[in-house]
Design a binder for this molecule. Structure first.
Ligand code: SD4
Length: 326
């Protein structure tokens, strides 16, 4: 996939790609009750340049949607977006040609749900929430997750787009198994939302590493690695080479660093430096984090300088270049 262009301070209209009605739901039934609580300004922060997804979540929060549902609704745009080859429909397959998706969600009460290596189901972040709410479990994997999705009424779909199939067949010609996360090989969406009640929740959804080994699962559906929320402290989400995020339990680390007094920027930098310190010289892989705390501060940091994030607040959607080590 080509690197996307940056946009600056754009206010965007609703996108033409439709999100499944199951995800959109009815805004009225999802309204949060702020009661006597002070109403805070909602905001959304997402990995990479995802203006439409971020705007959907932001506008949903403005209309009183709660943070977890807004995040799921926002990321659903990229899950349905066939042009994003790292998420959902149109995602790059594993090296045997199977598109397998990973996702997780976490809410303000510390509840979480996750699905691993799911085939034929587009909206896996919503599925992760169903695991959280409708099963006694936190994680469902593979065939079991797919069966649960079908039981819940999700429609099975072929997720291998013609374009992703052509790219995979090209790759097969060389069959050079050296998966890397670099400038051309990313776009996992991790999203953190704060709603009007001041609650934080998040979602992370991906097709993982292009041409991965069958059964490989990265950080994105692993609570604490790809995503972590503690509503008393803040939240963090990761993108990049999942193996490196898992080894340092990156998102949990960032939230704990914030708990100990670091602001989100300092915490993201420390977590990236933890990874760097385990490698000699300049790593040839990318990892990036975004984070926010209860005060509404945000931070982002990456190993390489191609990372950006999207930030929505007060009806303004901005793509912002992240600071980086290199
Ligand atoms: C993974 N972290 O499966 C994901 C990949 C990713 O943008 O973030 N791509 O390792």
């Amino acid at each position: 996939m080509n690197r996307r262009d940056f946009i600056d301070k754009s206010s965007l209209l609703f996108p033409s790609v439709l999100v499944s009605p199951k995800i959109i739901g009815d805004l009225d039934v999802k309204k949060i009750k702020t009661g006597n609580k002070r109403i805070s300004s909602p905001y959304v922060i997402s990995t990479w340049n995802v203006p439409e997804a971020n705007l959907i979540a932001g506008e949903s929060l403005d209309k009183n949607m709660n943070a977890i549902d807004a995040a799921i609704r926002g990321v659903a745009y990229e899950e349905a977006n066939i042009k994003n080859t790292t998420v959902g429909n149109g995602g790059s397959p594993d090296r045997d040609g199977n598109v397998t998706l990973d996702a997780c969600v976490m809410d303000e009460n510390g509840n979480c749900g996750s699905v691993l290596a799911v085939e034929n189901i587009v909206h896996v972040a919503a599925l992760a929430k169903d695991v959280m709410e409708k099963t006694p479990h936190v994680i469902l994997a593979g065939k079991g997750a797919r069966k649960f999705a079908l039981d819940q009424g999700y429609k099975p779909e072929n997720l291998l787009s013609p374009e992703s199939k052509i790219d995979w067949l090209d790759w097969l010609e060389k069959g050079n198994y050296n998966p890397k996360i670099n400038v051309e090989n990313h776009d996992t969406i991790g999203m953190l939302c704060r709603d009007k009640a001041g609650n934080l929740s998040g979602a992370c959804t991906t097709s993982g590493l292009a041409y991965k080994m069958q059964g490989r699962v990265g950080d994105s559906p692993i609570i604490g690695s790809g995503l972590f929320i503690d509503n008393e402290v803040g939240g963090a989400v990761a993108t990049g080479l999942g193996e490196e995020v898992i080894k340092t339990v990156g998102s949990f680390l960032i939230v704990e660093l914030m708990r100990n007094g670091l602001n989100p920027q300092e915490a993201c930098e420390k977590a990236i430096n933890r990874i760097i310190s385990k490698h000699k010289g300049k790593p040839n892989f990318q990892v990036a984090y975004i984070a926010t705390n209860k005060n509404g501060e945000i931070g982002a940091y990456s190993i390489h300088n191609d990372f950006s994030y999207t930030f929505y607040k007060n009806q303004t959607n901005q793509n912002i270049k992240s600071k980086s080590v290199f």
